[in-house]
Design a protein around this ligand. Sequence first.
Ligand SMILES: Cc1ncc(COP(=O)(O)O)c(C=O)c1O
Length: 228
Amino acid sequence: MLGSVLNHVLLHQTIMGLEALRQLEKAGDYPDTVIGCFGGGSNFSGISFPFLHRNLTEGKGTRIIAVEPGSCPKLTRSRFMYDFGDTAGLTPLISMYSIGHCIIPLKIHAGELRHHGAGPIMSQLLRVGLIGATSVGQSECFRAGLIFARSEGIIPAPETTHAIAQVVREAARAWEEGKPQTMLFNFSGHGLMDLSAYESFFAGELKDYQVTDEEIMRSIGRSELQPV
Ligand SMILES: Cc1ncc(COP(=O)(O)O)c(C=O)c1O
């Protein structure tokens, strides 16, 4: 059922995954792992849904991993509940993984990943275990971004470095285990507007903000929010 739903969910961004699928076909390859950074879920679903569809309908076993910032852990340290999609509380209540719409996530350079909640489809997929999630601090992200810039000649956006950091982690593990892995990740944007962030990184000024459990509990404990 979910497989046929995903087959028909052609989001404007799924063109990325469909195109990657065709390109990999031409290269005679298929990904063991698909990775994307995660703000609300659109670029991540765009790259991963066509592969998730094949997991569900063709028995493929691609691991699909969303990567969020440690400072805004809506996938890894949140609660599945009814919350507002916006910070002002104007949307209808949506069932989602959220750290609560009242929280103001600490300022990281990957500003577009600072959304308090995950999109409802993504939340449901995480809930039933069809996708995985991990979080990463911004120093590790910029270290990975630098590796990418030096090896590929393209400076990634701070958001994109989250996906690259997970690729680096997976590559190190594959190397240790001696198991080759084909990884596909979404390069969601360039970092030419974010050179000052790289400057802060080089100056050793980046902080790895972590939101505390108390802050999350205060935010999601608001009386108008409902457990699902
Ligand atoms: C460069 C870049 N990457 C990733 C994102 C992630 O957002 P989403 O998870 O909603 O795709 C954004 C959002 O604007 C972005 O600008």
